[in-house]
Structure formats: structure tokens, C-alpha cells
Write a new protein. Structure first.
Length: 160
């Protein structure tokens, strides 16, 4: 009687190897659904596939303030971010902002200069703002791999 040991190949094929040195052979047209396997490393007890969002940055909050740097008024923005991969540096921000009946948008590199990086926080400036108008600022954070966060927004009110 021959003894066979089963081997699951990463492509979802099932192969058998006998105790002799005859090599591997496929087991026919049977396929394996990876979702039905147990022992998953994603922490789910049902063995399901892991969520795509496990690698995406998550914005947990934002705030901003009007500041005068001596050359004019600007908004200093703070974005509080959780990033499972810890790879925000070399990523980028998409920033959209509105005031009165106007709007502007842009992209900023998370490089430690244009956007400062601290643990759990990104800080950037929006120059030349109207200090008498409220601003609504929308931010999406992209990590180094291009994984986006959900868009978050905050309204920044002028000092009274």
C-alpha cells in the first residue's frame, strides 16, 4: 500500500507526493476555495479573507487654527492618523478647502518639511487665508504605498 501526503500549493492546487521519488501529480480538477480553509492569520474565526482596509491609514481627527507668521495669516492644520504599516513618510495628502464662495485644492508630499510627521500626527500649513472667514478643510491621507484613508473634514473658525 502506498502512503500519500497532501500538500497545499499557494496557487490553490492540491498535489500528492508518494513515498517513492516519483514526484508530484495533480489530483484532477478539484479546486480549493481559500475562504473555506481554517487557521487563517487574519484574526477572524470564520477563516474569511482579511479586509483591504487593514493597510489603509485612518484619520481619527483633525483640527486647525489661524496663525500669523509675521508675513500673513495662515491655517495650521493637524491631522491625527493611525497607520498600521507605519509608512506615512513619502506618502502624500490631498487637501481641499472652501471659504465664502471660493475653494482651492492641492497635493502635499509627506516629506517632513511640507508636511511634518510626528507619531500619530501630520501638520501642514495653508498660506494666505482670509482671517475673517470660516474654512472647511477636507483631507485624504495616502501612505507610501498609495493606500488612501477615508476623507475627513473640519471647519476652522476665525478667532472672535
Amino acid at each position: 500500500m502506498r502512503h500519500f501526503s497532501l500538500l497545499l500549493v499557494s496557487f490553490g492546487l492540491l498535489a500528492c507526493q508518494s513515498d517513492s521519488d516519483d514526484g508530484f501529480s495533480t489530483s484532477g480538477n478539484t479546486t480549493v476555495n481559500p475562504d473555506s480553509l481554517t487557521g487563517s492569520n487574519d484574526g477572524e474565526s470564520n477563516g474569511g479573507s482579511s479586509s483591504e482596509n487593514e493597510v489603509n491609514p485612518v484619520i481619527s481627527g483633525m483640527d486647525g487654527a489661524f496663525v500669523d507668521d509675521g508675513n500673513g495669516m495662515m491655517l495650521e492644520m493637524h491631522v491625527y492618523v493611525e497607520d498600521p504599516q507605519d509608512d506615512l513618510l513619502n506618502g502624500w495628502l490631498e487637501v481641499d478647502y472652501q471659504w465664502n464662495d471660493q475653494s482651492d485644492s492641492g497635493q502635499m508630499d509627506i516629506d517632513g518639511e511640507s508636511v511634518l510627521v510626528e507619531t500619530g500626527e501630520l501638520t501642514f500649513l495653508i498660506p494666505d487665508v482670509d482671517e475673517t472667514s470660516p474654512y472647511e478643510v477636507f483631507v485624504t491621507v495616502y501612505d507610501e504605498q498609495g493606500n488612501p484613508s477615508e476623507q475627513s473634514s473640519v471647519e476652522v473658525l476665525p478667532a472672535e
